[in-house]
Structure formats: structure tokens, C-alpha cells
Design a protein around this ligand. Structure first.
Ligand code: ADP
Ligand code: ADP
Length: 225
């Protein structure tokens, strides 16, 4: 489904050049659950943001199915993101002034006709066990509940790819496990997931793990079954 070929990302600031990604080759098949690990600064977020098209590579090719993303302008990319991708962040990124169901509905905001919006929102909240919190505001929920709501927002549009950047990084062990259960359940049901994590035990729940160092993929391993 996804092919990155020779992806490079260079930053230049104050005439200091940093190469965050060197010549990354990565294929992600539909139905995969891929974990990305590596020390701080090795390029994990840059790689995830590249997959999410919120960061543009300075070299190489990114094919999503038969679409060459380098050929798209910002407007086309925004539409591609809204239709194809779901994002989950470490800090949840819910909007404090909106209720949980309104936050989840944001996952459909930039979509055209998607049929029964209310039904989709209700189904997504139900899937992550947050339906009883629909009318609450984010600050009324625990961290684990907020992250589950954020996952509902990510999946409400039925994305082809879920990108999760340290989704359990701000959660205690029990809530982290609950979030991982939801992600593995979504993957079992067919979702394709790429997740950055610092937790080896959470990476072990993915089907494949890659390790990065200094902007390169240095190891790749399938989960032993
Ligand atoms: P990780 O997510 O693994 O911690 P990042 O992808 O955030 O790593 O960063 C990889 C490298 O790119 C680091 O050296 C970081 O300092 C650099 N970098 C990231 N974003 C920028 C930016 N906007 N400008 C300059 N350098 C950046
Ligand atoms: P659920 O209600 O879906 O079973 P959890 O087991 O994740 O949710 O929630 C644990 C408890 O923490 C809930 O009863 C929830 O009401 C409560 N809680 C609410 N707000 C907070 C908060 N800000 N921090 C921690 N816990 C909270």
C-alpha cells in the first residue's frame, strides 16, 4: 500500500544542516501494524510526519497505492489526509471547548458526504468504550479516556492508515495497555497502523518493528508468533 523509496529529509536552520532522514526505504502493506523505535532525535517523528504528509521530504519518493504524493499540492494533500489518514498523538490533542462527541465528529469535518455522521460518531465512540462520555468535556475525563476519544476521532472516517505518535507516552501502565488493546483490536479488524513508541513491550504487540538510529532504519523484525 505504501512505498517510501530513498526518502531524505534535510533541515537547514541558521546555516546548520541536519539530516533527519537518510535514504529511507520502507514498504507498509495493508493490514500491517508497524512499530518504530529508536532514541530521541533519531528521526521517528520526522518519518511519521512524512507518512502523514505534514512534513515534506527533501528527496525520494512516497507512493500511496498508485498515487505519487510529491505530485500533489497542499490542497490536494489536505484532502488526502482527511480522506485517508487518522492521527493519534501523545498528548491527545482534543479541543477543550468541545464535547467528546463533537471532538470525535471533527474526524469527519473535512470530508464530503459520508452518510450518517451521527451514526458514525456513535459507532466510533462505542468501539473504544467512550460512548457514556459523549456529552462530557475532555477535562472531565481521565487521560486514558481522552486518548480513547482521540482514537475514536482518528477512526471515525475509516482511514486507510492510522498514524500514532507515542500514543501511550502520557498514560499509566493500565491505561497504556487499554489503548494498546484497542489498537491491536483495530488491526485485527483490518486497520493498518504505524506507531512510534518508546515502550519495547508495546512495540512487541505490533506485527513488525523497525529500529532507527541517526536518521536510518538499522533493524527490522517481524513479531515471533
Ligand atoms: P525523534 O522523533 O526520533 O525524536 P525527530 O524526527 O524529531 O526525532 O528529529 C530528527 C532530527 O531532526 C533531530 O536531529 C532533530 O533535531 C531534527 N529536526 C527535527 N525537526 C526539525 C526542524 N523543524 N528543524 C531543524 N531540525 C529538526
Ligand atoms: P470508564 O469510565 O470508561 O470505565 P476508566 O476506567 O478509564 O473509564 O476511568 C477511570 C475513572 O477515572 C473513571 O471513573 C473516570 O470518571 C475517572 N476520572 C475522571 N476524570 C479523571 C481525571 N481527570 N483524572 C483521573 N481520573 C478521572
Amino acid at each position: 500500500m505504501i512505498r517510501l523509496e530513498g526518502i531524505q529529509r534535510r533541515y537547514v536552520s541558521d546555516e546548520v544542516e541536519t539530516t533527519a532522514l537518510h535514504d529511507i526505504d520502507l514498504h507498509v502493506a495493508a493490514g500491517e501494524f508497524l512499530a518504530i523505535m529508536g532514541p530521541s532525535g533519531c528521526g521517528k517523528s520526522t518519518l511519521l510526519n512524512t507518512l502523514g504528509t505534514v512534513d515534506r521530504p527533501t528527496g525520494g519518493r512516497y507512493m500511496f497505492g498508485d498515487r505519487d504524493l510529491a505530485a500533489m499540492d497542499e490542497k490536494q494533500l489536505a484532502r488526502f489526509r482527511a480522506e485517508t489518514l487518522g492521527f493519534v498523538f501523545q498528548s491527545f490533542n482534543l479541543i477543550d471547548e468541545l464535547t467528546i462527541e463533537e471532538n470525535v465528529a471533527l474526524g469527519l469535518a473535512y470530508r464530503g458526504d459520508v452518510g450518517d455522521r451521527r451514526g458514525r460518531v456513535a459507532a466510533a465512540m462505542d468501539k473504544v468504550g467512550i460512548a457514556h462520555r459523549a456529552r462530557h468535556f475532555p477535562h472531565q475525563l481521565s487521560g486514558g479516556q481522552q486518548q480513547r476519544a482521540a482514537i475514536a476521532r482518528a477512526i471515525v472516517g475509516d482511514p486507510k492508515l492510522i498514524l500514532a505518535d507515542e500514543p501511550t507516552g502520557n498514560l499509566d501502565t493500565a491505561n497504556g495497555e487499554q489503548v494498546m488493546n484497542i489498537l491491536t483490536g483495530l488491526n485485527d479488524a483490518g486497520a493498518t497502523i504505524v506507531m512510534v513508541t518508546h515502550s519495547p513491550s508495546h512495540a512487541d504487540l505490533a506485527k513488525r518493528r523497525i529500529d532507527m538510529l541517526d536518521g536510518r532504519i538499522v533493524a527490522s523484525a517481524m513479531r515471533a508468533i
